[in-house]
Design a protein around this ligand. Structure first.
Ligand code: G3H
Ligand code: ZN
Length: 279
């Protein structure tokens, strides 16, 4: 069933598990993620990032993801990830996303607050939830020129209070698009942040988080854990193997089958690492 972030994350910040938000790029990985969630009887978040939006019109993505969510046996949030402009957010809300992220992490503090507030005003009027970012989670590729900055606990508190966001992304040592699990989590910083705010926390760049740290962060006020690269690697690498092993196969529906199964397994593994057990 279709749900917004508040429904999916209800009680999660205070629990010892966290809900993953997975970047998906179409029907195949969306269905695989929802199958994994149904196996564990857990809510899940399907996220659309900028790359997906540049490939497919947002209203078409919304239709695909909403329909996958509506037919799911568990609550599924359809979330727009890392939008940096109001126009894309308005389009996503109109198209039917139940949740949006406004990423003002590259803006000066006051401007980030101001723009996030505008998004919250629009989104909440439409029963759409809002995630925003304070501090800035960087990228493993320096050529992308993103300024990374750890979250200061005091500014997280002020930001959460002034914006009224439903979930708050914080920078505590992860980087986006790491292909190995090498992130060093700053637990002191996470601890200080959660002492100052009640807003559910979100961790980005979580492909780079070690298995033992995924288990550990879920016990903090972390409610949402964003994972993208891990599933993309599984889908792409399995697809390559399939093409190599079946050089005469040209039907992509056949080639998609194994990658879908492997994505489902990987999604389930991450859910279990985040403390989700079958209810
Ligand atoms: O917003 C999306 C995530 O932060 C994904 O990061 O691709 O490094 O797992 P990742
Ligand atoms: Zn992210």
């Amino acid at each position: 069933m279709l749900a917004n972030l508040n429904v999916v994350l209800e009680g999660v910040a205070k629990s010892d598990f966290a809900i993953p938000g997975f970047n998906v790029f179409g029907y195949e990985d969306a269905v695989a993620v929802v199958r994994a969630a149904e196996e564990l009887n857990t809510p899940v978040i399907l996220m659309t990032n900028k790359v997906a939006v540049s490939h497919m019109p947002i209203d078409l993505l919304a239709k695909i993801l909403r329909s996958v969510a509506e037919s799911a046996k568990v609550p599924v949030c359809v979330h727009l990830d890392h939008a940096t402009d109001f126009e894309t957010i308005a389009k996503a809300i109109k198209a039917g996303y139940t949740s949006v992220m406004f990423d003002g992490s590259q803006l000066p503090f006051e401007e980030n607050i101001e723009k996030t507030r505008e998004v919250v005003r629009l989104a909440h009027a439409c029963n759409v939830t809002v995630e925003a970012e304070i501090g800035a989670v960087g990228y493993s590729d320096p050529a992308l020129n993103v300024n990374a900055r750890y979250t200061e606990p005091e500014e997280a508190k002020t930001f959460a209070e002034k914006t009224g966001v439903d979930a708050l992304a914080v920078a505590i040592g992860t980087l986006h698009r790491m292909e190995t699990q090498g992130a060093e989590i700053q637990y002191d910083r996470l601890d200080a942040i959660e002492k100052l705010t009640d807003t559910p926390l979100v961790i980005h760049g979580s492909t780079g988080i070690k298995d033992e740290d995924l288990r550990k962060i879920a016990k903090y006020s972390v409610a949402k854990v964003n994972i993208g690269t891990a599933l993309r690697m599984v889908f792409g690498n399995t697809m390559r193997e399939e093409m190599t092993n079946n050089p005469k196969e040209f039907d992509r529906i056949n080639l998609f089958q194994k990658p879908m199964v492997e994505v489902e397994k990987e999604a389930k593994k991450k859910m279990e690492l985040l403390g989700i057990t079958k209810k």
